[in-house]
Design a protein around this ligand. Structure first.
Ligand code: NAI
Length: 245
């Protein structure tokens, strides 16, 4: 993937940072978008540069369509035409359905699903014009299995699978592939807040008996972004230690 430009949303930490780093090791120059933590984003940029990549971090709320389009423009102006888009930005606002506010439902859909749509819409014209492009959307096994307390999150992630399959069909003849990666239970800030009982309960649902690492997800994204996956589109690749079989 030497010299290709990759854009990773939510690349300041966790899974997004691991994806950005793996793509840099694969030879890409990498831009990351992040919501708020400048220090974390700066640290990612330092790690990317240390891996030999040109790197850029832009603060951008992907749920804002105009901001998403502007960020894509800025990346292309600074680094060059984007070849790989990874929609990884995501949030949780868990709660039982009966008590979930409309605001918490909407906020999660806005970032996890509409945000990915905004990014895809902004990148696609260039991909189609150049007859090349890779889109990888980070969904979740929650969107495939359902998960109590995550009506908003599971809906957003299931929607992301529908988005993946639809766009894959729309642009398959234009040399653009669109796939999803569905992580299970991965060690990041998102899972760090869990108490010991919830952690053990979660782990008991994983046949491999261990929590996944961000790098496990990054390796799957690296494959789907590579030339080796040229005939793969519309697929959902689970990286979950067998959690959902
Ligand atoms: P994290 O909470 O550690 O990082 C989230 C990233 O998204 C951060 O870089 C943050 O700046 C960015 N972000 C949040 N809202 C944003 C917005 N409105 N605009 C732009 N960027 C925004 O999360 P983690 O665990 O690294 O998750 C990454 C992705 O993987 C998410 O889509 C998540 O749903 C998914 N995932 C995570 C799992 C896990 O067990 N950690 C399991 C399955 C899926």
């Amino acid at each position: 993937m030497n010299g290709k430009i990759a854009l990773v949303t939510g690349g300041s930490r966790g899974i997004g940072r691991a994806i950005a780093l793996q793509l840099a090791k694969d030879g890409c120059d990498v831009a990351v978008l992040y919501a708020g933590r400048r220090e974390a984003a700066d640290q990612t940029v330092s790690l990317l540069e240390a891996a030999g990549a040109r790197a850029l971090a832009i603060q951008c709320d992907v749920s804002d369509g105009e901001a998403a389009a502007a960020a894509v423009g800025e990346v292309e102006k600074t680094l060059g035409p984007i070849a790989i888009l990874v929609n990884n930005a995501g949030i949780i606002r868990d709660g039982l359905t009966m008590r979930m506010s409309s605001e918490d439902f909407r906020a999660v859909i806005d970032v996890n699903l509409t945000g990915a749509f905004h990014m895809i819409r902004a990148c696609l014209p260039g991909f189609v014009r150049r007859r090349a492009g890779r889109i990888v959307n980070i969904t979740s096994v929650s969107g495939m299995m359902g998960n109590p307390g995550q009506a908003n999150y599971a809906s957003s992630k299931a929607g992301l699978i529908g988005l993946t399959k639809t766009v894959a069909r729309e642009v398959a003849s234009r040399g653009v592939t669109v796939n999803a990666v569905a992580p299970g239970f991965i060690e990041t800030d998102m899972t760090a807040g869990m108490n010991e009982a919830a952690l053990q309960k979660g782990l008991s649902a994983v046949p491999m008996g261990r929590i996944g690492k961000p790098e496990d997800v990054a390796n799957a994204v690296s494959f789907l972004a590579s030339d080796a996956a040229g005939y793969v589109t519309g697929c959902v690749l689970k990286v979950d230690g067998g959690m959902y079989i």
